[in-house]
Design a protein around this ligand. Sequence first.
Ligand SMILES: Nc1ncnc2c1ncn2[C@@H]1O[C@H](COP(=O)(O)OP(=O)(O)O)[C@@H](O)[C@H]1O
Ligand SMILES: O=C(CO)[C@@H](O)[C@H](O)COP(=O)(O)O
Length: 499
Amino acid sequence: MSYVIGIDLGTSAVKLLLFNKQGDIAYQVSKNYPLIQGKNGYSEQEPEAWVQQTFAGLRQLIQEGPCSAQEIEGISFSGQMHGLVLLDEQNKPLRNAILWNDTRTTEQCRQIYQAVGEERLLRITKNPALEGFTLPKILWVKEHEPELFQQAKTFLLPKDYLRYRMTGEVAMDYSDAAGTLLLDMEKGQWSDELCRIFELNLALCPLLVASYDQTGTVMPEVADETGLSAQTKVFAGGADNACGAVGSGILADGQTLCSIGTSGVILSYEASSDKDFNGKVHYFHHAAPDAYYTMGVTLAAGYSLSWFKEVFGAESSFEEFVKDIETVEPGSNGLLFTPYIVGERSPHADAVIRGSFIGMDSSHRQKEFVHSVMEGITFSLNDSVEIFRENGKNIHSIVSTGGGAKNEYWLQMQANIFNADIVKLSSEQGPGVGAAMLAAYGCGWFATLKDCADQFLQVDRVYSPQEEKVQVYKELFAIYQDVYHQTNSLNERLKAYRK
Ligand SMILES: Nc1ncnc2c1ncn2[C@@H]1O[C@H](COP(=O)(O)OP(=O)(O)O)[C@@H](O)[C@H]1O
Ligand SMILES: O=C(CO)[C@@H](O)[C@H](O)COP(=O)(O)O
């Protein structure tokens, strides 16, 4: 029997999925690592923690899984996007990785607009300068840690560093490179113009490869440490949202994805890179051949719920914590939450805004709070659904994945707020499934990724909108949209008091 492994290097954990040729998940394991939040707005991780936890997961998979190491033909990756891993001459990380949800770079974003101009930046990269993207992080290190920056030989994104540690080969795939703000999207190459403007050596940018390209095999020392075979082929993999799209079958025009992980995204397939959304949504390379995708991002989606649970219900399991919400009506008995707890990206690119509970009442109990957090997250994602609809997309059906898709009640809430059918697949782990599919396709098991999707993906259930609730949510969404405008100046004034 032949197998492939998909490794999803998420923000909260690394998740490993072992698939057989029939597309069944034969074994899965997940290992957590912490976020390092030294200051307000900072978000870092230790690259070594990703490597050690992945190796621990691989050891467990080899020891407890159903196959021998020799039967594993290929491995590929999905990774949290935009995180900066700076490497020295010996390819050793020079500092902790600065992650996608770190918002320290507002000043660098301003400098990028000033130096390049908004229109030119959009023309080259198809994206605006946002705090989370990689180029502002590079400029932050250059400005604030110049001695360290001088030692930098190259930069990678999180999953590329992990892959380098498994193969010894340094490379980055197009879907992740698109999120750096250094890629010329139409030319499909690093922008020498941007490198010149910011006095960055073009050699800092790694070799570009396709997501399904082979980038070596498992190194013998890694094989010894994990139990893998040194013959196993390693494929580049892609950005978690690109892999999530592959692993949810978003492989043709008109298909839409909702993912609620730490962040949340609404993503739409694009056949070309020449549409104009005026920077309102991100526009990136897909992990599938010759394709792109657009997406809106909620910075703290699942993270808003896990933050709330950590503060108010750390001792209970997730299932226990959310179990009473089914008795709460739309509107959470007059309680409204905005999930801006680490700032926001879509539709308000704003690192200063913070979350609110509006309408707190002495009758409210934990269940109303949890319910309103889930509603607020979903309203925020609906902002992105609305941008797509305003730009002429017909959205009648959305595949929903990520940790948030584990809860059936939340899936029904998504159907009612998005006013669209919500499709739940048999695995909610879209990015990991997509990574495994890239390995399967790379190994030549299927002629196309679409053929692989037909074999690997099954619809578990469809949740249809409930008309009465759809109407109530339309009214509530209008109130939700007002909260940003009513609270942004208050947050500007509160900013001085943040640590
Ligand atoms: N049983 C559950 N019900 C609802 N949401 C859940 C449940 N379990 C986890 N989650 C949500 O899923 C999120 C993690 O999703 P995941 O896709 O694993 O994230 P990441 O890829 O960013 O590490 C958590 O932040 C949490 O909000
Ligand atoms: O920044 C983005 C997308 O632009 C995030 O979606 C990250 O890619 C992190 O993903 P998760 O850990 O939430 O899956």
